[in-house]
Design a protein around this ligand. Structure first.
Ligand SMILES: NC(=O)c1ccc[n+]([C@@H]2O[C@H](COP(=O)([O-])OP(=O)(O)OC[C@H]3O[C@@H](n4cnc5c(N)ncnc54)[C@H](OP(=O)(O)O)[C@@H]3O)[C@@H](O)[C@H]2O)c1
Length: 205
């Protein structure tokens, strides 16, 4: 992992994504691109941009908007003409999700577009997408995995507590980010298609 290694993270405005950006900038070398749908709203991102202006780029990216995704891809191509090393598809939402039968259609669609369906089912769908892409891209040498960041004490991780004790956060977003970076930096192509926790353990599909 050297100064030419490049990283793109979606959902870099807060939570685990923001902590990963901070760790990558402070403890690693390399080029970091942080995707956020409303970057101007987040002072911490702007401060990081000032501090690491040569190797931190902010991308205005809403992953539920195909135009935004396409425009972002073009911008990344310009920034990284030799290609991207690590893509961390971190953005996700679980906001105010009631059981599907009680949730208005437009809200379900929004969650579907961001995560891929209602939260738990959406994460299962994301895992299936991981398997499909890992198979499709195996020959090209891509390593594609799903990771469980732990129940981290972010806006999202703190919210499900109301649903029961078992959802108590088990780590801070920084601990989660540290673990996730260790996991992704340890990967080799033979790990493609696997599912890991932020502690590096394998999870059964
Ligand atoms: N925290 C946990 O306990 C936990 C457990 C299991 C899995 N996860 C997964 O880990 C990832 C990070 O979670 P977190 O706890 O850091 O969540 P978080 O604190 O709620 O942050 C979510 C991030 O995703 C961004 N985002 C949401 N919808 C987006 C969209 N359409 N386009 C672009 N960005 C969007 C948010 O941006 P805005 O600031 O613009 O809203 C924010 O940066 C998520 O995929 C989540 O599902 C978390």
């Amino acid at each position: 992992m050297g100064k030419d290694t490049s990283y793109l993270l979606s959902g870099a405005s807060r939570g685990v994504g923001l902590d990963m950006v901070k760790l990558l900038l402070s403890e690693h070398e390399g080029i970091v691109i942080g995707g956020a749908r409303n970057p101007d709203k987040y002072e911490e991102l702007q401060e990081l941009k000032k501090k690491y202006k040569d190797r931190f780029h902010i991308l205005k990216l809403d992953i539920s908007d195909s135009k935004s995704v396409q425009a972002s891809a073009k911008e990344v191509e310009k920034l990284l003409p030799d290609g991207l090393d690590y893509l961390f598809n971190n953005a996700g939402t679980s906001e105010d999700i009631e059981p599907p039968s009680d949730t208005p259609d437009d809200q379900l669609t929004q969650v579907m577009q961001t995560n891929a369906i209602v939260y738990k089912a959406s994460k299962a769908a994301v895992n299936m997408v991981t398997l499909v892409i890992s198979n499709d891209k195996r020959e090209e040498g891509w390593t594609v995995i799903s990771v469980h960041p732990g129940i981290a004490s972010t806006d999202m991780g703190n919210r499900p507590q109301e649903y029961g004790e078992e959802f108590k956060p088990e780590c801070t977003p920084e601990e989660s980010a540290k673990g996730l970076l260790k996991v992704i930096h340890s990967l080799t192509p033979k790990d493609t298609g696997s599912f890991r926790t932020f502690k590096g353990d394998s999870l059964p599909w």
